[in-house]
Design a protein around this ligand. Structure first.
Ligand SMILES: [Fe+2]
Length: 549
């Protein structure tokens, strides 16, 4: 999705020399030679033979070229001059055009509130000038801002206005481009019939216009619609057709096609085919420096590993996708990255929880332990001032803290009596075994420390490293309090769950085990908190009578 940009035809009134300069500048833009484009636009701005309108337009184009070069400060300077110069001419249309480009600069810099405000001012001026084409263009840009914010209904409303405007003017190609954006918004909303309607109409208009490049862009978007609607045969056919389209320059969606083919293969349980295509897409993304495609591929790769129950590789891919989305979010140039990042984080939590639970399923007495420990640990971490970002990674670590138990035989985990020294040795290896599983995943935060050091003791007699006091990573000390509290208050193979009062008494009488400050804060909270399922004297009585707690 791109912003609608001025396409006003002003060449007709110019001398051949000025026309040639404009053509060379546009050619430089098309070829991505932004420095050359800037130099040519500067020449046009200063050219006394050029018409005033052309010089003003060149000032706007210069601002846009600076922006493409990544020089926002220069872009703002030039555009400010463009707005002032337009104001002097007394032409509301010229002011509106200049403001529209200023809006684009704010939008691309991630300042969406400011962009929306500037578009609104631009629209008022365009209305004053009764410039219907400009109004339609600004409406389309307003829709783009709403898409980036993830406000799809507002985006649709703005795109519809823009569509009506272009339709009334008979600007078929512009109409089709807006219909394409409408289709994208409907796909995001899961309203596939409406999306298909918009794409079909856009395809008809592009075909009437003979715009082959945009027809292909549209077909690539349609493939995404088919995948979202689980119409895999049509999606596959669409990909194959597009791969056979020969183009001189590589279209931006080419790498996406391999990703789509990977997803289609995965949904059809053809894991080898899925892996092969996702690797092709990744290579394409790395070669072209396409961060969004890399993030999307990593996310799909994670889903492929999940389907195959390859948890470690799955978390590795998910972590990669997460880091890439975080980078993209900072750029604000891609529609609804914020929303996708949020959705990915939910998936991350879900998968970490499921992996943790898959270990618990070996141990019938600790079912739900990971979720409860993560909850208790997050309450304590929150009280100790962790921010939301740190809490997210802390929760992932808490969910995964016992994954090393995969090496402990089920009969040892479920043994009702005391463990033999040999069995205890195996059990004590689980923190290191857990760390080995995730060692090559470059998690942010203290996840590695939580997994390795959650059985250290404040007095230095814990395992595996025998760390003492503040040598023990803070996150691991928090986890230790939460872990033991849950172990005591839930039923185990060798005893029923204890009440809060009894658990608190035991933990307080074990002064060498916990960070005393953390223990105080946690027990003060747990004493009054309403914790679902926690043993109470009434529940204990039921247990004593043979009922389940
Ligand atoms: Fe543990």
């Amino acid at each position: 999705m791109t912003n609608a940009r001025p396409t006003v035809e002003i060449r007709a009134v110019e001398s051949p020399a000025v026309k040639e300069c404009m053509d060379r500048a546009k050619q430089a833009e098309r070829e991505g030679r932004w420095a050359d484009a800037c130099a040519l636009y500067e020449q046009l701005v200063r050219d006394p033979d050029a018409h005033a309108h052309t010089r003003l337009a060149a000032l706007r184009w210069l601002g846009r070229a600076y922006l493409e070069q990544g020089n926002r400060a220069a872009a703002f300077d030039v555009l400010e001059a463009a707005v002032a110069a337009a104001d002097v001419t007394g032409s509301p249309a010229a002011v509106a055009q200049a403001l529209n480009v200023v809006g684009i600069v704010y939008q691309m810099g991630g300042d969406l509130d400011q962009a929306a405000a500037i578009y609104s001012a631009a629209r008022s001026k365009a209305e004053l000038a009764a410039d219907a084409a400009l109004i339609a263009m600004i409406d389309s840009n307003v829709g783009t801002v709403a898409m980036i914010r993830g406000d799809l209904r507002a985006a649709l409303e703005a795109f519809r206005l823009s569509h009506l405007g272009y339709q009334a003017l008979g600007l078929r190609n512009h109409e089709a481009q807006v219909l394409n954006n409408i289709g994208l918004a409907y796909v995001e909303l899961g309203e596939f019939a409406d999306a298909e309607g918009a794409y079909t109409e856009a395809a008809r208009l592009f075909s009437e216009d003979g715009d082959i490049a945009r027809q292909s862009d549209l077909a690539a978007n349609q493939v995404q619609l088919y995948i979202a609607a689980k119409r895999y045969d049509e999606a596959q056919a669409g990909c194959e057709k597009l791969l056979n389209v020969s183009t001189d320059d590589a279209p931006p969606w080419r790498g996406d096609l391999f990703r789509h083919l990977g997803v289609i293969a995965r949904e059809r349980l053809d894991f080898a085919g899925a892996s092969e295509n996702l690797q092709k897409a990744e290579r394409h993304a790395v070669e072209t420096g396409d961060l969004l495609l890399r993030a999307d591929v990593a996310e799909q790769q994670a889903e492929l590993y999940w389907t195959q129950k390859r948890h470690r590789e799955m978390l590795l891919s998910l972590n990669e996708a997460h880091a890439l989305y975080a980078q993209l979010k900072a750029s604000h140039r891609i529609a609804h990255v914020e929303k996708r990042h949020g959705a990915l984080e939910s998936r991350f939590l879900e998968i970490a929880g499921q992996w943790g639970n898959s270990i618990e399923s070996k141990d019938r007495y600790t079912r739900g332990h990971c979720d409860r420990v993560a909850f208790f640990a997050c309450v304590l971490a929150d009280s100790m001032g962790f921010n939301a970002r740190s809490l997210f990674w802390f929760r992932i670590g808490a969910l995964l803290h016992d994954i090393g138990k995969i090496i402990v035989p089920t009969e040892v985990l479920n043994k009702p009596g005391k463990l033999t020294p040999e069995e205890w040795e195996i059990m004590k290896r689980h923190p290191e075994a857990g760390l080995e599983l995730v060692a090559d995943i470059d998690f942010p935060g203290d996840i590695h420390a939580i997994i390795r050091n959650h059985h250290e003791r404040w007095d230095g007699t814990g395992y595996p490293d025998g760390l003492a006091g503040e040598q023990i990573p803070f996150a691991a000390r928090i986890l230790c309090v939460a872990d033991v509290y849950d172990a005591l208050t839930t039923t185990r193979s060798y005893r029923p769950g204890l009440t809060h009062a009894r658990a608190a008494e035991i933990m307080r009488s074990s002064p060498g085990q916990f960070d005393p400050q953390l223990l105080d804060v946690f027990l003060a909270w747990a004493e009054t908190a309403d914790i679902p399922g926690r043993p109470t004297p009434q529940r204990m009585a039921i247990f004593a009578g043979g009922g389940a707690v």
